[in-house]
Design a protein around this ligand. Structure first.
Ligand SMILES: *[C@@H]1O[C@H](CO)[C@@H](O)[C@H](O)[C@H]1NC(C)=O
Ligand SMILES: *[C@@H]1O[C@H](CO)[C@@H](O)[C@H](O)[C@H]1NC(C)=O
Ligand SMILES: *[C@@H]1O[C@H](CO)[C@@H](O)[C@H](O)[C@H]1NC(C)=O
Ligand SMILES: *[C@@H]1O[C@H](CO)[C@@H](O)[C@H](O)[C@H]1NC(C)=O
Length: 412
């Protein structure tokens, strides 16, 4: 016999609460970059669940300024017709809400007040690094629907190659609807720089600025990305920022964004995996240690996971503009999706359900219940990347058979 449903639900809720407290506690003591990201993802997944639960049990009218995003997964593969309007019929509708959740209104008001003082800064962060490589013609023949800018480092040849052979291959989108650019700082040696020039000549997808490429300078990378998109690809409808270890199911991405476009979600868009109340790391041994002088609160106000976030074209331009008068802060994802977003008064729109950062990504993206929904995964190792891509293409080929030619041959 099964226990009654309510009893099961109660157990699930209790486990959720325990797990959240546990993961928040753990997140204050951590070591490596990856662990940090994973824990934060886990923490967020839980706290998001809790805040949604809260919204069901509490009066949410004081959170009236949340924006609702309607995500409409595409129709099942069998009924899919490759016509422009084929997303018209949707079997499921899922709604994703963005609440000020666990951050109280009081915190938020205090933060906004504190932050509005920075309005007084003037060109305090003038981003005037010179381009070493610019590739300004990538979008000149045609503005893409989505421009993707990927943070990479000069020596990450393998990662870039892997992306170009898989989800970032321009042949995936013969109509030019998705374009990709790799953003980096300067190389540490002339040999490395020479090979970057060669790589750029061959692929035409590199943007390099003249700042030291280091993790404490990631904010410069993000600003470089927004600057380049604003200057040379300003006609793009949406922009995606990602990292070179992130897998993107671009087919799902484009379908989701097309449905947003259709629902007129085309301006002031900031879609991402939302952190509601992330703890600031005070462990001096951590790579992500932040001194109190740098940031005095123990929690960051709402911002996005830096692994992948999506903006509409107007937001990229707006963010680049306000970055020039927003003092540099080295935590790049918080700088962009926290500080700059708050200055533009953007509402974070939770896209949390399209991220998969647990084990078993290949299965989830190719066979799982959510395979039509998932877009982003964090993968370790080249083989996973190629396997995942082949699996995704095989799925996709059920809709558009010509895509099968895109599978990559890469074994071992
Ligand atoms: C609703 O939430 C607020 C703060 O978020 C809290 O002070 C209040 O007690 C909650 N009310 C109920 C009925 O849970
Ligand atoms: C929620 O709160 C508002 C005022 O903040 C009040 O007008 C409304 O009646 C409340 N709704 C419920 C269901 O308690
Ligand atoms: C720029 O801002 C600083 C304070 O951050 C202020 O002292 C200075 O006078 C400002 N300069 C101009 C030209 O507004
Ligand atoms: C960041 O880049 C600037 C400009 O190249 C450089 O002066 C600075 O040392 C770099 N900072 C770090 C921490 O690498």
């Amino acid at each position: 016999m099964f226990p009654r449903r309510t009893a099961v639900l109660r157990v699930v809720i209790v486990c959720g609460v325990v797990f959240t407290s546990l993961s928040m506690w753990i997140s204050s003591k951590n070591s490596s970059d990856l662990e940090y990201r994973m824990r934060h993802l886990m923490q967020n997944e839980q706290s998001n669940g809790i805040s949604q639960l809260k919204s069901l049990t509490n009066n949410t009218s004081d959170q009236a300024d949340h924006r609702q995003v309607i995500l409409i997964p595409p129709t099942s593969s069998r009924s899919f017709q490759p016509t422009p309007d084929s997303n018209a019929k949707h079997r499921h509708m899922e709604t994703f809400q963005n609440f000020y959740g666990s951050l109280s209104m009081k915190d938020l008001v205090a933060f906004k007040k504190e932050f509005s003082r920075t309005e007084r800064y003037n060109n305090s962060n003038n981003h005037d690094f010179e381009y070493i490589i610019v590739n300004k013609n990538l979008c000149s023949s045609q503005s893409p629907f989505v421009i993707v800018w990927i943070h990479t480092s000069p020596d990450h040849f393998k990662q870039r190659l892997m992306i170009r052979q898989t989800w970032g291959n321009p042949r995936n989108h013969p109509d030019g609807s998705v374009k990709i650019i790799f953003i980096m700082g300067k190389a540490s040696s002339k040999t490395l720089q020479d090979s970057l020039h060669m790589e750029s000549e061959r692929y035409g997808d590199i943007v390099q600025e003249n700042f030291v490429d280091s993790y404490k300078n990631l904010t410069y990378k993000a600003i470089a990305g927004m600057k380049w998109v604003s200057s040379y690809c300003s006609g793009a409808k949406y922009a995606l920022k990602s990292d070179d270890d992130i897998f993107v199911n671009v087919f799902n991405l484009v379908r989701h964004l097309k449905s947003f476009e259709k629902h007129k979600v085309t301006e002031k868009v900031l879609l991402c995996n939302v952190w509601h109340k992330m703890r600031v790391l005070r462990d001096k041994k951590s790579k992500w240690y932040i001194a109190e002088e740098e940031f005095k609160d123990d929690f960051f106000p709402m911002y996005c996971s830096g692994s992948a976030y999506i903006m509409s074209g107007d937001v990229v331009k707006g963010m680049f503009q306000v970055s020039l008068s927003t003092p540099f802060f080295w935590v790049d994802d918080f700088y962009v999706t926290g500080l700059l977003a708050h200055r533009l008064d953007l509402k974070h729109q939770s896209f949390n359900s399209v991220y998969h950062f647990k084990a078993g990504a290949v299965e989830a993206f190719t066979e799982g219940r959510k395979r039509e929904l998932l877009v982003f995964a964090h993968l370790h190792g080249l083989n996973h990347f190629y396997n995942m891509w082949n699996g995704v293409v095989r799925r996709e080929a059920e809709r558009s058979p010509h895509l099968l030619s895109l599978t990559t041959r890469h074994s071992t």
